[in-house]
Design a protein around this ligand. Sequence first.
Ligand code: PLP
Length: 402
Amino acid sequence: MSCREDLNWPLMRNNIQQTDVDALVNFLQPEVPILTQASQVEAFEQEWSRWLGVEHSVFVNSGSSANLLTITALKETYGTGEIIVPTLTWVSDIASVIQCGFNPVFVDINRRTLGMDTEQALRKITPQTKAVFLTHVLGYNALDANFLAELKRRGVGLIEDVCESYGATFQGQKLGTFGLMSNFSFYYAHHMSTIEGGMICTNEPQLYETVRMLRSHGMVREAKSGDLKNSYCRSHPDLNPDFIFAFPGYNVRSTEINAVIGRSQLKRLDDNNKLRTENLRLFLDHLDSDKYQTDFAVGGSCNYALTLVLKEANPAFCERVMSTLRRLGVEFRRGTSGGGNQLRQPYAKRLLGETEFEKYPAVNHVHFYGFYIGNYPGLEKEKILQLCKALNALPMSEGTHG
Ligand SMILES: Cc1ncc(COP(=O)(O)O)c(C=O)c1O
């Protein structure tokens, strides 16, 4: 392959399209519409709930805000304690746990799902465990039947972070419908985008009301239930009913603009996800399985990124892979989700010590030898095959070929 060849392959392309802009322009045309959170947000929440198959959804301004409100609602409902978290996730999953006063208990990953090692997670449950906060990494389902059954038997709540995996399923059921609450992100690089945005989903009416209030300063008037609002008013006759703050909340609302874009995007999410799934299968089917991991848990997966993980810890080969990606104009991220092992980050070292990260070998491999590459609906199949050919041609050791 010549040095001049450029596949011009970014992490994401055209995630917001002309149809979304047209929908927004149409919305803005008549008079001056309400732009702060109102009926468009409500409609997007209902459509999202229907698409996912849950009772309630709450739209917020980012996936990180979804994480924060979810863990805050957990604290307000069940009190603090330990939360079991993965070592491979986004920083806000861990930050929300710490900021809410829980102790994060880390577990290593399963190399096939990139999600938490569910057997290790079960072994780390103690009487202080308040929940398991699991991340479905880069489109792969991290759940298994034994894990779900054991959590149920032991009365431990599950929270699913589906920010990187929406549309993916386990046993035919959409991820984000298995636990107490689930979180989604609509950041530009994800399966769909509202510019910035996030969603919290649940079937639990009380958690739903709590999250709604937390989204808007903790204000009781944000609750849906008339009974709930009346009971606060009756218990606090000295307060103006418009200004009763049930919780020390936040303002993480989104706007009508973001919701209009989300509603437009949702219409093509399933079709886009089919194309993404085909792309991932093509990529993994054509990679050399002696050099690269190809045995990912693809059943039910739905990935906005192609995962490239080297089979062996081989720094020189890894350098060759990275320089090939750069030469071909293929944007990539090393470490996969969130840059790899969270325990190597300065904030985690301050909390848990300088050497805690060493105890997690599976994530440490992905930290140095795992990458993700963009997988968007318009990605040309020919480019995927070209890239596989170039990667497969790289020698694992100097002086050898193939
Ligand atoms: C697993 C996971 N959780 C949470 C987030 C946070 O989402 P946002 O970027 O919308 O704040 C991300 C972001 O990429 C993520 O990958």
